[in-house]
Design a protein around this ligand. Structure first.
Ligand code: NI
Length: 138
């Protein structure tokens, strides 16, 4: 872990109260940890905007009875084999499947893959979780 520095932050009372309520709900043990996470979230946003190497995950929900849809999702993933680190398929119930696709690479490729998969007819829900390789986060 890198060296820790302390600094003071001045906030309006109302804003600090709201912050404390929020971090309590999210189970943070103290303000510092919550504040560090806020900063890291902004740094990750910047990584995505600047086209740095990122990591993330795409989650898809779909009905596997639609065979054409399943084939299409697999075909698309084969076109992005350099970006996809791993994929996991979970059978949620008789019809519904959840697929988690871990990605590492350029943000624009991750976004394009997520958009392409989400827009396939029959995908019930799709979301891209934008995260980081962790290399540029302290
Ligand atoms: Ni399944």
């Amino acid at each position: 872990m890198s060296e820790l520095f302390r600094f003071g932050v001045s906030l309006p009372k109302g804003l600090l109260n709201k912050f404390d309520e929020l971090i309590k709900k999210r189970s943070y043990s103290n303000r510092s940890e919550a504040f560090r996470d806020l900063i890291r979230n902004e740094l990750i946003k910047k990584e995505w905007q600047e086209g740095k190497e990122i990591a993330g995950a795409i989650i898809l929900i779909y009905d596997h009875h639609k065979r054409e849809l399943v084939n299409k999702l697999v075909d698309i993933q084969h076109d992005y084999q350099n970006l996809i680190v791993s994929a996991q398929h979970i059978h949620l119930d008789h019809s519904n499947c959840l697929e988690m696709i871990a990605v590492k690479g350029k943000p624009k490729n991750a976004q394009k893959l997520a958009d392409t998969l989400k827009s396939v007819k029959g995908v019930k829900h799709g979301i891209l979780s934008m995260s980081s390789t962790g290399k540029r986060l302290a």
